[in-house]
Write a protein that binds this ligand. Structure first.
Ligand code: 6PG
Length: 464
């Protein structure tokens, strides 16, 4: 065969990625479990058709690709990946590379890298359909030598921030999928914090959806310039075709989730890495899905007042969102640093920030500054970097004012609130765990450390 790469799985993301690859000048062979899907794809490839070889069996696919082969899997995460690999590997030569580009749990990618035996990469691809078609962010994991074999293709199809390609090798085994999971956790928290501000504007200040869209649109021209704020403006301004009402007023308030945010939270617990803004975002999605429960809660307890007596100024809300965003990223990057230590990966924090600048769902201008701050010192907590410390000093009072006003009015702001609580913990040199240690010693003689002498395994008067 002569195709430079193969792709299995012509769903939304797979087709978009295949067209992107073809458009960048690479010959690609494609296969889908249902042959009609492959035929339709080939028909719709239009002027890119000469670069696309549709195949109807796995054998045909393998034969169409030049050796040593590289084949991308874009099938649903989980069992389908294992099944597809089991069907494919026996047809391949010893140097043929399988690339899982789905949203795999990085533990599965670690396992597959160990079990598969052949060359294998797990790559996190972000940016939805539009990104896959015109330039996603790509986070690669596996043996560096295998990444190098396909880096020219993955770099070519990736998004570019100025001239910098948003595709990079993150480390061995499941490192790419791990970084993608943290990306998705941050995505959840970013979305949740925007939704919380939306709640204040809607319920606390009585603003119409379209007005809220205008606010977000304005903010998108400032420090909050980001894809998620941009699309939030568009969502808020959209009108429902059937009723002529704001689209938001007809969308059910129950969030879906495929599990990546949850994985991040579970992993953070294993790592002992606090990511409360992300925890809160996952929690809020779970509560959102319990509509009956919430209706019962409102019947029993009533809801917050219709409007906030002390509604913060729009500029205060903007600054609160800036502060919340910084807290959330500081937590996410710190979790990545922790994983580097624990998993023996050298996850490149500045490069991760650079890769996230374009193509992916959490892309934003602020990530460029984060990349600079992390380049200066990757091991320092992001809010301690001088540039970000200044921003936090400038915005934390607004975050506080916003959280207090929302909480007084009974408007839930879990992600903003937990981001603030985390910040207050971080900037309290003398904390309250002396009480925890005293309690532990009281009921279990667990011992404490004296601060004055440094003596360890000390006990209170209840001992002995
Ligand atoms: C991306 C997204 C994407 C994710 C969807 C849905 O980076 O392009 O993270 O990979 O699958 O956003 O995620 P949920 O269904 O969990 O919201």
């Amino acid at each position: 065969g002569t195709a430079e790469i193969g792709l299995i799985g012509l769903g939304t993301m797979g087709s978009a990625l295949a067209l992107n690859i073809a458009e960048k000048g690479f010959d690609i062979a494609v296969w889908n479990r249902t042959p009609e899907v492959t035929r339709d794809f080939a028909k719709e490839a239009g002027e890119l058709a000469p670069r696309v070889t549709p195949t109807e069996t796995l054998e045909e696919l393998v034969a169409a690709i030049a050796e040593p082969r590289a084949i991308i899997l874009m099938v649903p995460a989980g069992d389908p990946v294992d099944q597809q690999m089991a069907a494919l590997r026996p047809l391949l030569g010893p140097d043929d590379l399988i690339i899982d580009a789905g949203n795999a749990n990085f533990h599965d990618t670690n396992r597959r890298a160990a079990e598969d035996g052949g060359p294998f990469l797990g790559i996190g691809v972000s940016g939805g359909e539009e990104g896959a078609r015109h330039g996603p962010a790509i986070m690669g994991g596996g043996d560096r030598a295998n990444w190098d074999r396909v880096a020219h293709i993955l770099t070519a199809i990736s998004a570019k921030y100025q001239d910098h390609p948003c595709a990079a090798w993150m480390g061995e085994e499941g490192a790419g999928h791990f970084v993608k999971a943290v990306h998705n956790g941050i995505e959840y928290a970013d979305m949740q914090m925007i939704a919380e501000i939306y709640g204040i504007l809607r319920d606390g200040m009585g603003m119409e959806a379209a007005e809220i869209g205008d606010v977000f649109e304005r903010w998108n021209d400032g420090p909050l310039d980001s894809y998620l704020v941009e699309i939030s403006a568009k969502v808020a301004k959209a009108t429902d075709a059937a009723t002529g009402r704001p689209l938001l007023s007809v969308i059910e308030d129950a969030a879906g989730q495929k599990g990546t945010g949850r994985w991040t939270v579970i992993e953070a617990q294993h790592l002992g890495a606090p990511i409360p803004a992300i925890d809160s975002a996952v929690m809020a999605r779970n509560v959102s899905a319990r509509r009956d429960l919430r209706a019962e809660g409102e019947r029993l307890f009533g809801r917050g007042p219709e409007t906030m007596p002390d509604a913060p100024a729009l500029e205060t809300l903007e600054k609160a969102l800036i502060a919340g965003k910084i807290m959330c990223y500081a937590q996410g990057f710190s979790m990545i640093a922790r994983a580097s230590d624990q998993f023996g990966w050298a996850l490149p924090l500045p490069e991760i920030a650079r890769v996230w600048r374009a193509g992916c769902i959490i892309r934003s201008e602020m990530l460029n500054d984060m990349a600079s701050a992390l380049t200066d010192d990757p091991s320092r907590l992001l809010i301690f970097a001088p540039d970000f410390a200044e921003r936090v000093k400038d915005t934390q009072e607004s975050l506080r004012e916003t959280v207090i006003a929302a909480q007084r009015a009974g408007i839930a702001v879990p992600a903003l609130g937990s981001g603030l609580a985390w910040f207050d913990l971080i900037r309290t040199a003398r904390g309250t765990a002396d009480m925890i240690q005293g309690q532990r010693d009281f009921f279990g003689l667990h011992g404490f450390v004296r601060m004055d002498t440094g003596a360890t395994d000390q006990h209170g008067p209840w001992a002995g």
